[in-house]
Design a protein around this ligand. Structure first.
Ligand code: GSH
Length: 219
């Protein structure tokens, strides 16, 4: 059976969501981010990304990691693209061109959107009072996101989905990074096609199942 190493409050959410879309059973090992623990090295610390046993599995020390039929794989996007291809169906590419486009949109999200969207989520999304320095970081991130968000918005307005006119693993990968920016209204309201598409993604029962699991975990 597929094993997912990583708590749901991490990028493991992407794989958990995909598994629910595919009705794919999995075993979850709740490895937590070391930085969330006061003493990750303590002998009684919860299994975390600095634990020797986890680092032996994946020296990069990041969650998620999957184990599947002897394959050990890190990088959440590699994991979702692999699982979608392996299990097929509508979420998977139908040919080499779709495969390439699914990678294109996934990597575009990871490179052009994810870092700045994370800044918005961490510094703005949780509503902390912002120092002048944080406010400048947030403003810079939001400004840089306008260009890729417009690219995504224009594409979604014309095609409905990143690839193939249907919900695929590319929607899931992209939605999981755009989600980080969703609390920044001044940015999101400029992109109505992105907002409508993200709401549709989040209304999917498989997303909701993953989300409930996240909420059930301690913050
Ligand atoms: N690009 C990697 C990022 C992995 C990553 O940084 N994961 C975070 C949690 S979402 C982590 O494990 N941080 C733990 C740490 O820094 O110790 C992916 O998409 O899987």
């Amino acid at each position: 059976m597929l094993t997912i190493h990583g708590v749901a409050r991490s990028r493991a959410s992407r794989i958990i969501w995909l598994c629910h879309e595919l009705d794919l059973p999995f075993r979850q090992v709740p490895v937590i981010q070391a930085y969330r623990l006061p003493f990750p090295d303590a002998p009684d610390a919860a299994l975390n990304t600095a634990s020797p046993s986890f680092l032996a599995l994946s020296p990069a020390g990041g969650i998620p990691v999957i184990e599947d039929d002897g394959l050990v794989l890190s990088e959440s996007l590699a994991c979702t693209l692999y699982l979608a291809r392996k299990h097929g169906g509508d979420l998977a590419p139908r040919d080499a061109a779709e495969d390439a486009l699914m990678m294109q949109w996934s990597f575009y999200g990871a490179t052009a959107v994810e870092p700045d969207a994370l800044t918005l989520m961490v510094l703005h999304g949780r509503g902390q009072a912002q120092s002048g320095e944080d406010a400048a970081l947030v403003a810079g991130a939001a400004e840089r996101l306008v260009r890729p968000m417009k690219v995504i918005d224009d594409h979604l307005a014309a095609h409905g989905h990143p690839v193939g006119g249907r919900f695929t693993v590319a929607d899931l990968n992209l939605a999981e990074v755009v989600r980080y920016a969703q609390g920044y209204g001044a940015l999101m309201e400029q992109f109505p096609a992105v907002q409508a598409w993200l709401a549709d993604c989040h209304a999917r029962p498989a997303f909701q199942r993953m989300w409930q699991a996240r909420l059930a975990e301690p913050e």
